[in-house]
Design a protein around this ligand. Structure first.
Ligand code: 0A1
Ligand code: ZN
Length: 866
């Protein structure tokens, strides 16, 4: 008994939204003095503290792994009986209304493998504070509703750390004896501590400038290792475009005199919007044709924009508590999505975003980790940086924008920014600003923030020849999710058009508001049953089931004037065939072949759209359409359809592949579209089984002047067993073994490959000399990619599960945040057969049995077992 107790840690505490209380103490000002060194950094903090309200509670400063070396109140050093440490926090009883409190701590950045707080990465020292990393730097009330003015002094060895950066504007700098130097930074805007940042290191700068709409000049800097400087131009252009876009579209101007971005190699997420000093995972800054794909270029543009846009949606108006995370993240994703659409193609961007939503968020919403956009509770907030908070959150904003229309939506956002500037706000504040600014009632709409789960909408269209009317019956239901067995009807905005088969055109695009469990809508003047185009533009994040025939879908795939609906019709056509085949039905494949032929031979279509439309739905998406996922049958059916499309249309693919070869490299939307289509053509050409397929792929791999075509050719070869496969992988490795970001692609491509031995190959790659658990990008490239490869990960032996669980257990000791993000694929056991489900559960249990397991992984694994 005693043994069991000693190995089982207490269950982590649950934090609840309902428990929110205003802070006991405010910190209007803080001065931080860092004496920086990788092995031993001293942090002196000097805070003005002010009692908030009438109470006698002590000052409680959060801390994580810190020991106070000195504590002073109003200039007097306290002895050790005058403060206590409670669960890591420093508790100091104080008598007055305001005090000056000083604390000294010491840190060891080079041994901080969690990458939270102050840590070392490739010779740099940098910070990550969101969500609760500031408490690993100094004692402080680490909650986003405490806004303080920061003044930060950095001192360090000048040769090793010639550049010293912090938030805000630079004030002064100077040299010291012993080869040391210092810099002082001041941020005039009160901010929550999660936006604090510093960077020290040997960095080179891509310097530029931006003149704001009121004529102020802002100095822009992108700081990287000297050798990476040539790879920063795309990020700089994206930054300037973002600044101009936010002025034009939202009337939001930048507010400091400098805006700095630093790229670091070791980073848990994509990037961080620290005030005036964004810190990025280098994969979202560095891009050149030799090493970055078009997806990477778009990622850089989108993430640079995202972090920049946070300056208003997140920094100037921040979150009251972490349950409001989607207030800043959902809105900012919506903003970056629209920015990227404006920079390229709206149609293609929408298709890409919906694909991501379905792959990540719909899966989350239908599994054990489902939670509302505004959650009610958590154990570890880092686990809530999810597709639901980000991507579904963005869909909520999009629906409001659609219901309000552009002008009233802008009135709503203006009101929101004006009313809450300098405040820590809530999702409710945002909705209220939309209601008042946009003059609309969002009463029922608020359920989108409360209820988890993806709504299902059944749409049945019928026709009455006597009255010449069409009737659309809509029924909605929201499936039960953890803690929410019963759901109420949602307010669902559905864009709909009815195509008249006689004329081939529709009678106008309408916005229907579905608010009841069941609702009927009638449409006049139809001589015969029209064809339903529904959820156009993906106007609501729902799953729509219709009674449309394959012929209707074929019609829409050729004629729908809404590009998303046209794409969707094509995908549904393919889904019906593939799901039918997996279920053992005999289905007519020719409708798909014809639709693909029509699409690739339509000269009026944008090649990027064509490429999206003719790609087969992913294996995971097909799994989502089935009651129980059968990974092997799905793989076999999809592979067979790919082969059939390849073979039946082989001359067309050959022609497209030859014709889309560019003369020189460009990153324009047109050039990117051509490459996208070229890569799809190559895929089908190889899938066709044509003898020269692998040689053509190898030719593209060797001749390409850009990574988009090279990696795509490599991926196509990696999914086969031709001799060209090994040759290309070796060449790729040797060419890029010194370039971490590009080497990640080598790992990722193999982990994603449809190869019979992928599990064994991934196991070997985990032992490769270039593999390390210390770099999150490398871990995600191998194990993250592998867990997304449905066919390989769900190998019925369970060896794929074991591999990922082993990684989670090992990684948890170093970096719990990144380890926890690998858990969700194991939690989908309810969707699989009993054998697989048992194996997945066993791995989750094995993880939970690990002594000393982090709160992060404990939360994800225990919820996944429920
Ligand atoms: N706010 C950032 C995301 C982010 C969250 C936590 C982090 O800690 C490891 C890092 C970044 C964004 O939305 O970009
Ligand atoms: Zn964000």
């Amino acid at each position: 008994m005693a043994d069991i107790q000693s190995t089982q840690a207490a269950a982590p505490a649950i934090i609840r939204r309902a428990d929110y209380r205003v802070p006991d103490w405010l910190i209007p000002d803080i001065a931080l003095d860092f004496d920086l060194d990788a092995a031993r950094t001293r942090v002196w903090s000097d805070m003005s503290v002010a009692r908030n309200g009438d109470h006698d509670r002590p000052l409680r400063l959060d801390g994580d792994g810190l020991v106070p070396l000195a504590v002073k109140v109003d200039g007097r050093t306290l002895n050790e009986t005058e403060w206590t440490l409670e669960a890591g926090a420093l508790v100091v009883p104080l008598g007055g209304a305001t005090h000056k409190v000083e604390v000294l701590v010491e840190l060891a950045p080079e041994s901080n493998s969690k990458l939270m707080g102050l840590y070392a990465s490739g010779g740099l020292l940098c910070t990550q504070c969101e969500a609760e990393g500031f408490r690993r730097i100094t004692f402080f009330p680490d909650r986003p509703d405490i806004l303080s003015r920061y003044s930060v002094k950095l001192t360090a060895d000048k040769a090793r750390y010639p550049i010293l950066l912090a938030n805000g504007d630079p004030v002064e700098q100077g040299d010291l004896e012993g080869g040391r130097h210092w810099a002082l930074w001041n941020d005039p805007f009160p901010k929550p501590c999660y936006l604090f940042a510093l960077v020290a290191g040997d960095l080179a700068c891509n310097a530029d400038r931006f003149v704001t709409m009121s004529g102020r000049e802002v100095a822009l800097g992108i700081w990287v290792r000297e050798a990476d400087l040539p790879r920063t131009d795309h990020a700089m252009q994206a930054l300037k475009n973002s600044m101009a876009w936010d002025e034009r579209v939202y009337g939001r101007e930048y507010d400091l005199d400098v805006f700095n971005i630093v790229a670091v190699a070791d980073f848990n997420f994509g990037a961080m919007e620290n005030k005036g000093l964004n810190i990025f995972n280098s994969r979202y800054i560095l891009a050149d044709p030799e090493t970055a794909t078009d997806i990477d270029y778009d990622g850089v543009e989108g993430v640079v924009a995202h972090e920049y846009f946070h300056n208003w949606s997140g920094n100037r108006v921040t979150c009251r508590d972490w349950f409001q995370l989607s207030l800043k993240e959902g809105f900012t994703v919506f903003r970056d999505q629209n920015f990227s659409a404006d920079m390229g193609s709206h149609a293609v961007k929408r298709i890409e975003d919906v694909r991501i939503l379905r792959a990540a968020q719909f899966q989350e919403d239908s599994g054990p980790l489902a939670h509302p956009v505004r959650p009610e509770s958590y154990m570890e907030i880092s686990n809530f940086y999810t597709a639901t908070i980000y991507n579904k959150g963005a869909e909520l904003i999009r629906m409001m924008a659609l219901m309000l229309g552009a002008e009233r939506f802008r009135a709503g956002t203006d009101l929101y920014f004006d009313r809450h500037d300098g405040e820590a706000a809530t999702c409710e504040d945002f909705v209220r600003a939309m209601e008042e600014g946009g003059e609309i009632d969002l009463g029922q709409f608020r359920r989108w923030y409360e209820q988890a789960g993806t709504p299902h909408v059944r749409a049945l269209l019928s026709h009455d020849p006597v009255s010449r009317t069409a009737e659309l019956l809509l029924e909605q239901s929201v499936p039960p999710t953890p803690g929410q067995p019963d759901k109420r009807p949602m307010a669902i905005p559905l864009r709909v058009a009815l195509y008249d088969p006689a004329t081939g055109s529709h009678h106008g695009d309408e916005l229907l508001m579905l608010t009841e469990a069941q609702q009927r809508f009638t449409f006049d003047n139809f001589a015969s049953l029209p064809i339903l185009s529904i959820n156009r533009g993906f106007s609501a994040p729902v799953i729509v089931e219709t009674n449309r025939s394959q012929a209707d879908l074929a019609f829409l795939s050729a004629h729908d004037d809404d590009p998303f609906a046209r794409y969707e019709a094509m995908q549904q056509l393919m889904v019906n065939v593939l799901v039918g085949q997996v279920a053992g039905q005999s289905v007519d494949v020719s409708a798909v072949v014809d639709a693909v032929r029509n699409t690739i031979t339509d000269p009026l279509l944008d090649p990027a759209f064509v490429a999206e439309a003719v790609r087969l739905p992913s294996e995971a998406y097909l799994g989502d359409q089935m009651k129980q996922v059968d990974p092997d049958a799905i793989h076999a059916a999809r592979d067979a359809l790919q082969t059939r499309l390849g073979a039946d249309l082989e001359p067309l693919w050959r022609d497209i592949h030859a014709r889309t070869k560019a003369n020189g490299f460009a990153v324009s939307p047109a050039a990117k579209g051509a490459r996208k289509l070229r890569n799809v053509a190559l895929l089908y050409l190889v899938a066709s089984g044509a003898d020269d397929g692998p040689a053509i792929a190898y030719g593209q791999f060797s001749d390409a002047d850009n990574m988009t075509e090279r990696q795509s050719a490599l991926a196509t070869l990696a999914s086969g067993t031709s001799p060209e496969r090994e040759a290309a992988l070796d060449i790729f490795y040797n060419r890029y073994s010194d370039d971490a970001l590009t080497l990640d692609k080598w790992f990722q491509t193999q982990a994603f490959a449809f190869h019979p031995d992928t599990v064994e190959l991934v196991a070997e790659l985990g032992q490769h000399k270039a593999f390390t658990l210390n770099n999150p990008n490398r871990v995600r490239s191998l194990y993250g990619a592998f867990a997304g490869n449905q066919w390989a990960f769900h190998h019925k032996s369970g060896k794929g599960y074991r591999l990922v669980a082993d990684c989670i257990i090992a990684l948890d000791k170093l970096n719990p945040q990144t380890a926890a993000r690998l858990v969700p694929p194991l939690g989908r056991w309810k969707r699989f057969d009993e054998g697989r489900a048992a194996l997945m559960r066993a791995e989750l249990q094995r993880i939970l049995n690990e002594p000393g397991l982090s709160k992060d992984v404990t939360e994800q694994a225990s919820k996944s077992l429920e």
